[in-house]
Write a protein that binds this ligand. Structure first.
Ligand code: HEM
Length: 279
């Protein structure tokens, strides 16, 4: 187990969650929201730089943290390096556009590029043959749906906790999210199964619980099921109730619970990405 590497991967996911949450699910594109988006993009640039420096140091025969020749080689001679360069450029564009442009569309576009480029950081890029692109693009959709769902939870919880938004407006936003949420869940399930088959392989499914990777993946799927239950309670019980009798308390608690489960899922994913799937 490599705690520092796992923590760094988790920070990258959480930063992407907050950036996507701000961009896609906070109703008004105010100066405050734009500033927060730019800050999350800047944090993403720092985290990506540290990730690549750490990787270069791990290959360095001088065990130097700043092994610039090794870093240059990694950035320009590996797919992961080019993906990191694309992420740095996309995050820079997000920060500049969020601070300067009123239009949200282009900022979202670059944020999506930054998130998709994470696919080259983990097992999503491990399939070499013709199916490699299918695995990578499925994993990219998995990233967008997973980080998007948790980003939405963070944005709605922020709206419920901090803003003066009456519970009716929040209920309307939550109702409007229901359709998007269903698409996220369907995409996560389909691409999650694909990821499992590409990485673990159908032959190894019966012995999944015999490996650390397998036990973590099963735990993750269990957390996913718990998130679905919380989301269903929110959608079919709490939100409709909030329209008739305006109370934020129960919705705040339910959103908070769903978000904590989501962060636990990301912590497991951060760990999974550092493990050998057969061990
Ligand atoms: C709340 C639901 C879920 C979220 C937020 C989520 C999120 C993620 C994220 C962020 C990754 C990392 C992708 C990368 O960095 O390349 C990932 C990988 C993965 N996910 Fe999910 N996922 C969810 C549900 C599922 C489900 C239901 C399955 C299985 C049916 C699944 C199976 C996988 C697998 C096998 C990987 C690859 C892990 C690795 O070896 O790196 N996920 N997931």
């Amino acid at each position: 187990m490599e705690p520092a590497g796992i923590a760094l991967r988790l920070l990258v996911y959480l930063d992407s969650v907050l950036m996507l949450g701000m961009l896609l699910f906070v109703a008004s594109w105010t100066r405050q929201v734009r500033l927060a988006t730019a800050v999350f993009a800047a944090v993403g640039i720092v985290l990506t730089t540290v990730t690549m420096l750490r990787l270069a140091a791990s290959f360095s025969d001088r065990a130097a943290f700043f092994d610039i020749p090794m870093l240059q080689m990694l950035l320009t001679e590996t797919a992961m390096g080019w993906a990191a360069i694309a992420r740095l450029a996309a995050l820079l564009a997000v920060a500049v556009l969020a601070l300067t442009s009123a239009k949200r569309f282009y900022t979202i576009l670059f944020a999506v590029i930054a998130v998709v480029s994470l696919s080259w950081n983990g097992h999503g890029a491990m399939t070499d043959d013709a199916l490699g692109w299918l695995h990578l693009s499925g994993n990219a959709l998995h990233l967008l749906a997973g980080l998007g769902w948790i980003g939405a939870l963070a944005a709605f919880l922020w709206a419920a906790a901090l803003s003066k938004e009456s519970s009716h407006d929040l209920a309307v936003s939550l109702e409007r999210f229901a359709g998007v949420g269903t698409v996220f869940v369907a995409v996560l399930l389909a691409t999650g199964i694909a990821n499992t088959l590409f990485i673990v392989g159908s032959n190894a499914l019966p012995t999944l619980l015999e490996t650390t990777y397998g036990r973590l993946l099963v735990t993750k799927i269990g957390l996913f099921a718990a998130m679905l239950a919380a989301a269903a309670a929110n959608r079919f019980w709490l939100t409709p109730r909030m329209i008739t009798s305006p109370s934020l308390g129960a919705v705040r608690t339910s959103l908070g619970a769903e978000l904590i489960l989501g962060i636990a899922v990301l912590a497991i994913v951060a760990w999974l990405g550092t493990l050998d799937p057969v061990q």
